[in-house]
Ligand binder design. Sequence first.
Ligand code: GLC
Length: 559
Amino acid sequence: MKTEWYKNAIIYQIYPFSFMDSDNDGWGDIEGIISRLDYVKDLGVTAIWFSPLYESPDYDYGYDISDYKAIDKKFGTMADFDRLLEECHKRGLKVIMDMVINHTSIEHPWFKSAVSSKDSPYRDYYIIHEGKRENGKLLPPSNWDSSFTGSAWERIGDSDDFYLHLFCREQADLNWENPEVRRQIIDILNFWLDKGVDGFRFDVFNMFSKVYPIQDDTSKAPVTKGGQFFIDGPRMHEFLRQLNAESLSLYDTYTVGESYLPSKEAALEYVRKDNHELDSIFNFRHLEADNIKGLKFFWKPFNLLQFKSGLFEPQSDTYGIGWNTLVLENHDCPRAVSRFGIDTKHYRYEAATMLATITYMGFGIPFIYMGQEIGMVNCPFDSIDEMKDPVSHFVYDLMKSYHMPAKLAFSFIRYGARDHARVPMAWDDSVNGGFNKGKAPWQKVNPFCSEINVEKDLRTDRSIYRYFQSLLSLKKNNSCAVYGKTVEYDHDNRRIVAYSREHEGKKLFIVGNFSKKNTTYVLPGEFKDASILLNNYEKLDRDASTLKLRPYQAVVLEV
Ligand code: GLC
């Protein structure tokens, strides 16, 4: 039943709010997506992951679902979705749905019923506990933190009960201990699979299982207090296997889990093929190389060695065990060319293509976030009021509450904000970057879109999109690039990223100059005479086995 089509897949992520607005109401929509499918297909991708399209009150922009079997009105109707699915399949594109099942919206009928009465049949769908009384004061049931700042517990009205929310207070955690909840979830998965979707991206999946009884976290947890009781919880593997047995394995699916700070051991178990849990999980460790402990707002000088360890270790860990993923951007990250100490003003083309080459030629499935293929940059937000993401506001307010000056607090937020990736896609230099016909979009338009847009990129000699086409075609059609084992070279080199991929006697060598200085690199002996398969410059300055790499130059060689 399983064809494992995902192994040489290339996946493009669309954030529907901001891709294309066909009816000029300021929100992206399904009709808009359909009108741009040829553009996506021509890039060379083989599947699309859609960030949530379901009905949602949008406290967390789609990641708070109030009806899992309905399309949100601003995006269109279920008939529109059916057509989108058909249009994707017609073009040979697989469709991956985002599944946000750690929590539901507080506007989901289950939750509304659960909090309406202690006797509600849905009460046990959520994690509802009585608070603690200390010196006559009512406190939450435990000291756990929400990942989005503040307590993870919210009081229900003026009762003594609280519900758990590991994210916004409008996102109530489901109680996966309740078999009825799991049955409902399986029913939802099968609803979409019966429609013909090809797989799922599971949102923050490694928080489904919690440790009971609920207790305080007395450890010195550096990031989120309580994490030891809700990350990689005790029943995680069992729950995933149930989803597999009763849903995923019955169709030709692909699954990718978004894990939140997983332990290395758990990460491997989730993707171990014989475990029948997930096909892959996201690895983001390399994206922590310019911030402190993965806290994206707290930047630090970029550390290339950390980037390389984060990128390569999961490739060797998963090789032969499961499948890996390769990510540079998504809707939760700033734009890649605007970080990692890159001189994007002078070398945007070189850096965008170098980053893609060194990342996507590795072992795993490339994930491309909309706009990355034209090298979109961060949006120069002028104030916190221009930012829509609640997390930007929560963290800003938190910093202010510690008396951090507003300007400094904003500079941190602006470094790591999720808002950068969520501004409208830049199609051309017309009004609103061609996202629509002039109605103010829900989110600020990046002023750079007059310079950086699809139409202009495709017109230049140095088109990032065209380079991506060559890169992706090489990646998916070269068996070594798909199945080869990755071996890193010269890890301690602070400018160069270098590795080989080897499969059935064939070898590739990938080398990139992760700096704006000309850099010399001596090829390992066996690659001395290797021929060039791909180069993001016109020429490669080469003297026997010595490469003289130009700023952000990257090449793929073959022996
Ligand atoms: C994931 C999503 C993010 C969302 C969070 C809570 O991390 O990618 O956008 O805010 O989960 O659902």
